[in-house]
Unconditional design. Sequence first.
Length: 480
Amino acid sequence: MGSPSGTMPGSIQGTGSFCFEDCFPPCRVREQPRDRRQGDLFFEFELSMKPDRIRNVVLNPGEIAKDGRDQTSRRRPNAQPKNRPTASRAGTHATAEHQKGPDVHSETLIAAPIDPNLGTKKGEGLKAWRSWLETCIKFEASDLIVKTGQSPRLRVRGELKSMQVDPLSLELMFQVAKDIIDENQFDYFRNRGSIDFAYDFDDRRRFRVNLFMARGKPAIAARLITSDIMKFEDLYLPDILGEVSMAAQGLILFSGVTGSGKSTSIASMLQFVNERKRVHIVTIEDPIEYIFNDDKATINQREIGIDCLNFNDALRALVRENPDVVLVGEMRDYETFEAAIRAAETGHLVFGTIHASSAWQTFGRIYDLFPENEREQLRKLLAYNLRAIIYQKLLPTLHKNIGRIPALEILLNTPAVQKYILEAREGELLQIIKQSHEEGMVDFTTSLVRLVEEEYIHQDVALGATPKPEELKMRLKGIS
């Protein structure tokens, strides 16, 4: 262990004897909150190491990254998986749950037997980790959430349920972190406080994982992902999305909160193109989720940190890669969105995701990414290059053989919509959507009404999902 800062991420908020590195004898860490200065919390540590002994080292956690030894390069370490298997993504869209499967209605779910205080031997963290994933698969959960000091939790049919496991020790959680990623990734995590990667459970199932620090302790959020790309009818998506995906150029945006199935729907649209058009498709993802096999299309999938440095660099390289269709995993900032809209303007069909609370409100989210002096030009680019905005939200169903189903709002860029965008009347687009159902558009309230009428969801679920409960109540009158 070359410097005290090397142990800092593991020791903050920790107790007992532990450090990140395999020192011999192990470092003994004594934590003492010492002082608060301008919002920073300082800690005093006693560190024992061989052959030297350092006492009473005072460090500020916020200054750790300033130690030259702990600086990482801009390139993120390689993500772990060597294979790209297929999987079954339970709990997402209309994924089946077995009629006689495990009891997912109880408050606690039984995990594979694992001692929560395994110690810190290499491999024991991996054993615990795989037991949690096994339980996630067994109960057809969509997500696994793990936090130091608590039992692991699963999201089953949209609800969080606890595993029947004792609270997890700090030592075990750090060992899990060390066992499920390689050394380069671990260094990145230690210095940055979080890392995204994909983890292969077996030949059929893989997980998208975010490993992060929370109050000085490790936590994990993992989502089951699949390469079994479902068709529109399997996902209860309308046929109009097939027409949209066959456009020659333009921008197609999916909006919604995290976990709303945006990636699943886009994968279905890309597969629709793959089966029908001889085009070159390039995806830019962090990490890669769905694995495509070439059909009529040629598909190249690029993962941030492995195949390219970041979204911006990957988008700048697109011109040399000669794609017809592009997927940008998530449009989080000005640079990414600006590059994506320019790609659409120059003749590419671009798919992307963005966080917003409705199709028409997505415009406000986009404009917020840009400085005010560029918004008028952006408005023109959107008016002439946008193809569609699809907002979706996954809702629990009344059927045991259907996990969750999407409620949708679809905005298509018709001449009327284009006119409203150019006139800066985006706030009035909801009325255009409501008046254009015959053209394939649908507003969120109408989507909810249809799901209730067709007995896919309960009225209470619909009322809990809508931002306009009074309007929905009026529409639902007479539906028992």
